[in-house]
Ligand binder design. Structure first.
Ligand code: IPE
Ligand code: IPE
Ligand code: MG
Length: 237
């Protein structure tokens, strides 16, 4: 039997900005600009559907290896986004949080992120998590360090206690990962949290991804049968 319920936690790998721009003979930055503009509609759609947590993969830890110019452009866009859009998201009651290796971010971005997290901390709406300077493996290594720093005892190591030390500590595992842009890979996104995630891949490039396709992905998820390694009850099959 299928679950028919909407996912509690949805992650999106927002890929395809560069190709979108290339196809139009534009510089890659235009794809990133257009892509950043798409997030608002999808965030609103997710909140309207009653999704508890939306995690958007905006910049991977590997993306630091891109040409300096592109990295600077992406940081500038992030700076602009945090200054202009967050205010609106606050008013919608969202709780904003960044996951990832924040220490690698420029000071101005770190400051804006801290501000946004602080201001939205007491909201009660959807959790909006932005994965910036994020790598799943890096997150796991940092979680191990945190555990040791706190004086964690070997006997206390189990999946639950470990999970609390991840950047996503306290958030339920990701139920559905959507990847735009045609690639069928995870690219270091939510490596631990995605152990039993359902996956939805689309060729649509991120700047062309619409609310309608997002809703389609959620409907598709509702038809999945999640088994978590078990054998479904005969009456339910
Ligand atoms: C995703 O788009 C945005 C980031 C990774 C920052 P890309 O920039 O990867 O676009 P493509 O995959 O080259 O088209
Ligand atoms: C994944 O896209 C990261 C983000 C969308 C932020 P990439 O374009 O960096 O992934 P690969 O290199 O194709 O795996
Ligand atoms: Mg890409």
């Amino acid at each position: 039997m299928t679950d028919h319920t909407i996912p509690k936690h949805v992650g999106i790998i927002m890929d395809g900005n560069g190709r979108w721009a290339n196809q139009r003979g534009m510089p890659r930055v235009e794809g990133h600009r257009k892509g950043a503009g798409r997030t608002k509609e999808i965030i609103e759609a997710a909140a309207d559907l009653g999704i508890k947590t939306l995690t958007l993969y905006a910049f991977s830890i590997e993306n630091w290896k891109r040409p300096h110019d592109e990295v600077i452009t992406l940081m500038d866009l992030l700076d602009f986004y945090l200054k202009t859009e967050i205010e609106d998201l606050l008013n919608k009651g969202l709780v904003f949080k960044v996951i990832g290796n924040k220490e690698k971010l420029p000071d101005n971005i770190q400051y804006l992120v801290e501000e946004a997290e602080r201001i939205t901390g007491s909201n009660t709406g959807m959790n909006l998590m932005m994965a910036i300077s994020y790598g799943g493996r890096d997150e796991i290594v940092r979680a191990v360090k945190r555990f040791i720093e706190k004086g964690g005892d070997m006997d206390e190591v189990n999946e639950e206690s470990f999970e609390e030390n991840l950047d996503t500590g306290g958030v339920t595992p990701v139920d559905l990962i959507i990847r735009t842009g045609g690639e069928k890979r995870i690219s270091n996104f939510l490596v631990w949290q995605a152990a039993y995630a359902e996956l939805f891949f689309t060729d649509t490039l991120w700047p062309d991804f619409t609310k309608e396709e997002f809703i389609y992905a959620i409907e598709d998820y509702k038809l999945r049968q999640r088994r978590f390694g078990m054998i479904p009850d005969k009456a339910e099959t």
